[in-house]
Design a protein around this ligand. Structure first.
Ligand code: BGC
Length: 768
């Protein structure tokens, strides 16, 4: 039996580490930084600004291709660290997850070389994409991806995920995490939609703050051995390329950039985040990596960000090779460093980066004061992390690595997030004596449950590493017994050289088997991908999977459609024929268990959609859209409604119980700058099962100088209610909560009327 026995209810506990840390006063760090900087040669400073990939110092035929399993090439390491003073290394694209002990030994070799063989003994800062748990560590607990965590509408899961990930990543000896993604998930076509917290700026803000706290600690204590430095990404406006495809140009006006994209980053910077990664793309034709306005003026000056700004992968080179704004790589380096870049994820050709940047400083094209500013930020981070005192952690200090307690937190997050989107005739929960057919390409795959950035960049090695976890099929078999479960894939994902393709796999057998069961559990969606390889030409669910669903529905047996996908693939042609629809997103290693507990009634679903689920690929509209004209021919006249006719709305999700909203009260119907108002509402569980409700508070500006959004989410809270129980939920709303950004790029609250709504209740206030 594979199943780890987890509690089937959310426990919201935290696991504590007993190792202590000593906080170093800021002034002491500043003195140490200045002292060290004053001893550095220009070449040593430039080395600190250089980040290379692990491949470049590994055994292998060249610096691009390290051997598997990975081993350090001591000559290459010495050349990079001692001869070129390289200050940072990151995880490799070529390799995949390693056991924590091996990570420890690799980081140990790196730190030994840095702190014993270099002149000034400056430790290396190692960075990794541990974005939903310590994703490159064998045996680590993999949580649901950010999009799933957002669907829980319960920020504690964002905190738990980050806290666990920090602990397990530090156990490996790694102290810098390229997470969280705070990009706005407002375009479902984008291949990285699953890496973010969905389409709503407020949800992204709330979740992002919790992640930063989970990684860095509630106070400034990243030298705690269970904390690490986080890295917000990708500043700014990365997630909305015009074509929907990764790293293609975006067009974003300044007011939109500031109102929708900036707030999550600003809140995390205010919370003290240590580093920020820059958007690889172009905004309005400007490469963000060369934008002084965005990096220096907005991020460093306006937001007062005093941490490290790192490029994304090869993005200085891209200024020359892709964006064509610099005729040489040297010119590209000049543009980026002068724009405010502190560290370049080079990641291979560090020799030329060093040579060119040194020459630029010598010729005065880059001021040495700019270099000093960058290096100061980097050294400060290394001191704050305690790397000079403890360049390496000891694995034995981390007894909770991969523990059951951590697994429970990952399960809780998935169970709280999985979203019931349709439940005709209350077909769910299914009885545990049902005979079911489990079918579809996602039914027996740990890879699809986890998605990209899981054990490897593309997530293609998941099934090798997550063998002890349950696929959906395995979890269902454990729940209701093997004899009650038939499994025929119908369609499968088949490896195809570098990536994969879909192939029919006994579709007729699946349809025949469907006739002999009580219900069909059809698991469809996407296989794992990350970044460019995840680009899509058609948002519809694939033709093979759609045909499979249609054929199964034709049998007349109830089909439960389980969605397991990084972004919402359109299902409008099959949805009416499905009895139930359950969205699992990318629920991680315990997602199969959590889904099964929901399907068979051990857990009452309480997730809500963190994005609008579009009905058609050409109808991509966020919930916070503007009104538009819509002429219904049958009704003759124009109606000012909107083109918002999604498959399922943002915030939607069903429960096995029902909730009634009543007694909406506002403390005053006038809001002023000095007088926030309190909104309260009673929620009653009117059904016969315990359940959780996400109470959401929206406001609508009725008239404004710039066409207002139909509504905006301002607050939310998830509450648990027993049958018959009523709770009062209170929210405070300030005048700044109902502001918007004008064409001058400034926030403004305009006098006038605003509607407040929650559930089916509405009220009006005015701002004076
Ligand atoms: C991605 C980043 C990531 C970096 C390092 C890039 O391709 O865009 O999100 O942190 O690689 O792995």
């Amino acid at each position: 039996m594979k199943k780890i026995q987890l509690m089937k209810s959310a426990m919201y506990g935290f696991v504590c580490l007993t190792i202590s840390c000593n906080m170093q006063p800021q002034s002491e760090i500043d003195t140490r930084v200045n002292d060290l900087l004053s001893q550095m040669t220009l070449e040593e400073k430039v080395g600190q600004m250089t980040q290379i990939t692990l491949d470049a110092v590994g055994n292998g035929k060249d610096v691009f291709t390290s051997n598997v399993p990975f081993a350090i090439d001591t000559n290459r390491l010495k050349k990079a660290l001692v001869d070129y003073h390289v200050g940072s290394i990151i995880n490799t694209t070529n390799n995949y997850a390693l056991p924590p002990a091996q990570w420890n030994s690799i980081i140990g070799q790196i730190q030994q070389t840095a702190t014993q063989q270099t002149r000034l003994k400056v430790p290396v800062i190692y960075g990794i994409d541990a974005i939903h748990g310590s994703t490159y560590a064998e045996g680590a607990i993999l949580f649901p991806q950010e999009i799933t965590v957002a669907a829980s509408f319960n920020p504690v899961h964002a905190y738990n995920m980050a806290k666990t990930s920090a602990y397990e990543t530090r156990a490996c000896g790694i102290s810098w995490n390229f997470s969280p993604v705070l990009d706005l998930g407002s375009d479902p076509r984008f291949s990285r939609q699953f890496e973010g917290f969905g389409e709503d700026p407020y949800v992204v803000t709330v979740m992002g703050e919790q992640v930063v706290k989970g990684y860095e600690g509630m106070t400034d204590s990243i030298n705690h051995p269970a904390k690490l430095a986080s890295c917000l990404k990708h500043f700014l406006g990365y997630s909305v390329p015009y074509s929907g495809k990764d790293r293609t140009p975006a067009f974003i006006s300044e007011n939109v950039l500031r109102e929708y994209h900036l707030p999550p980053f600003k809140a995390a910077v205010d919370a003290g985040v240590e580093s920020v990664m820059i958007n690889s793309g172009l905004i309005n034709g400007v490469s963000v990596h060369a934008s002084y306005d965005i990096i220096t003026k907005l991020l460093k000056q306006e937001l007062k960000f005093d941490g490290v700004v790192v490029t994304d992968w090869m993005d200085i080179i891209n200024l020359q090779k892709r964006d064509k704004i610099a005729p040489t790589n040297k010119e590209a380096i000049k543009l980026a460093v002068n724009a405010g870049i502190d560290m370049s994820m080079v990641p291979y050709d560090y020799e030329n980066f060093s040579k060119d940047l040194v020459a630029l400083v010598k010729s005065g094209e880059v001021k040495e004061s700019r270099i000093d500013d960058a290096v100061r930020r980097i050294l400060k981070l290394k001191f704050k992390l305690g790397l000079f005192e403890n360049p390496l952690t000891k694995l034995t200090d981390y007894p909770d690595f991969g523990s059951k307690a951590h697994a429970q937190l990952a399960y809780d997050a998935a169970a709280d997030a999985i979203t019931l989107l349709k439940n005709s005739g209350d077909i769910l929960p299914l009885s545990k004596t049902s005979k079911v057919l489990v079918v579809g390409p996602n039914a027996n795959s740990m890879r699809s449950l986890n998605g990209g950035w899981s054990y490897s960049w593309q997530g293609d090695k998941v099934d090798r590493f997550a063998g002890l976890n349950n696929t959906i099929l395995e979890a269902i078999r454990l729940e209701i017994g093997e004899k009650n479960v038939r499994y025929i894939p119908g369609v499968s994902y088949v490896e195809n050289g570098k990536y994969f393709e879909e192939k029919e796999n006994n579709l007729t057998g699946a349809v025949a088997a469907a006739r002999n069961v009580d219900a069909v559990i059809l698991c469809v969606g996407e296989n794992s991908y990350a970044e460019k390889p995840g680009d899509l030409n058609d948002l519809n669910l694939s033709e093979l999977q759609t045909n499979l669903a249609k054929a199964l529905a034709k049998t007349g047996k109830p089909v439960i459609l389980v969605l397991n996908e990084g972004r919402p693939r359109c299902i409008n042609s099959i949805e009416p024929q499905m009895k139930a629809v359950v969205q699992t997103y990318l629920p991680g290693n315990y997602g199969g268990d959590a889904l099964t507990d929901i399907l068979f009634g051990d857990v009452n679903p309480s997730g809500r959609l963190p994005y609008t689920y579009p009905a058609y690929p050409n109808s991509i509209v966020n919930y916070y859209h503007k009104l538009s004209e819509e002429q219904k021919p049958s009704e003759g006249a124009y109606k000012y409604e909107s083109d918002y006719n999604p498959q399922y709305e943002f915030g939607f999700g069903l429960s096995y119980t029902t909730f009634i909203y009543s007694n909406l009260k506002i403390s005053s119907d006038v809001i002023t700058d000095n007088n926030p108002i309190e909104v309260s509402v009673d929620i009653t569980n009117s059904g016969s099962r315990s359940g959780k409700e996400v109470v959401m508070l929206y406001t609508s500006d009725l008239y404004a100088s710039i066409t207002p959004d139909v509504k905006r989410l301002r607050r939310f809270e998830k509450i648990a209610l027993k049958p018959g129980e009523t709770k009062t939920v209170k929210f405070n709303i300030a005048s700044t909560d109902i502001a918007y950004v004008g064409l001058d790029g400034k926030w403004i609250t305009e006098p006038g009327e605003f509607e407040i709504s929650t559930g089916n209740l509405k009220s009006k206030i005015s701002y004076k």
